[in-house]
Design a protein. Structure first.
Length: 161
């Protein structure tokens, strides 16, 4: 196979990996192939409903290394990185929002809604057009197109001695 560009690489990798990921209940959150300081990097961010473990990332990496070598997808030298997208990743897709229904999120909007741009509360509902956040007994309906950034709110807690 001739050398192919980054988009072609990511689409080919997705196609080759999808059955393995589906069989292991692993979701491909993001994939990128780009030049970084150390050379070309193929990076996959993966997750499961229960969170991704290091062993699962290693297994995906091993599967991809073997499969990409066999299929001769990438001619140049590259590094494969398989990792968790992290707890603080942006909520963008329907699946991202569905995963955190019932949990606290923080959504920053482009314009004020109900007098504010930063909305913190429990995500109680969503569809393709809007999300509904409940805080202090009040529900706020936020159009999805108005959301600049939305993330799961992580309470790290502070322990007093």
């Amino acid at each position: 196979m001739a050398n192919i560009n980054g988009t072609e690489v990511t689409e080919r990798v997705k196609a080759l990996a999808q059955a393995y990921l589906d069989d292991n209940s692993i979701e491909l959150v993001e994939i990128m192939y780009r030049r970084e300081q150390g050379g070309m990097v193929l990076r996959l961010l993966v997750d499961t409903p229960d969170g991704i473990r290091i062993a699962e990332c290693e297994a995906v990496n091993k599967f991809l290394s073997k499969t990409l070598d066999e299929e001769d997808v990438i001619k140049d030298s590259y590094t494969i990185e398989v990792a968790s997208p992290g707890l603080d990743r942006r909520l963008v897709t329907d699946r991202d929002f569905e995963r955190v229904i019932g949990k606290d999120i923080e959504a920053t909007t482009y314009e004020k809604i109900d007098g504010k741009k930063v909305h913190v509360g429990k995500l109680i509902g969503m569809d393709k057009e809007m999300v509904v956040i409940e805080s202090g007994g009040r529900s706020t309906v936020i159009p999805r197109k108005s959301i600049a950034v939305a993330r799961l709110r992580i309470d790290i807690g502070v322990c007093d001695e």
